[in-house]
Design a protein. Sequence first.
Length: 115
Amino acid sequence: QVQPVESGGGLVQAGGSLRLSCVTSRSFFSINAMGWYRQAPGKQRELVATMTSGSSTNYADSVKGRFTISRDNAKNTVYLQMNSVKPEDTAVYYCYADFLGVRTWGQGTQVTVSS
């Protein structure tokens, strides 16, 4: 089993930066993919950024050029660097991990961007 645990959310002003972290109990090399989704109030959960075990990345159009997904293999951690944040980035951000065909979600971390 893989249980992602997020951290790093909080309140940030528009135009500022924030870094989210997601740590798992397994080495990244044993996981097919990890990434981030977000869910704003009254909206469906949407993809933000993903990374495969081979380091291929994918981003939502709305965050391209502003957000960067990266990983630290030694710490079994995936990061989401959020720059130039906007009020519309306000949401609960969820980390996930795909392992042996099963997707496991973290508990989520709240990001609030003030205008």
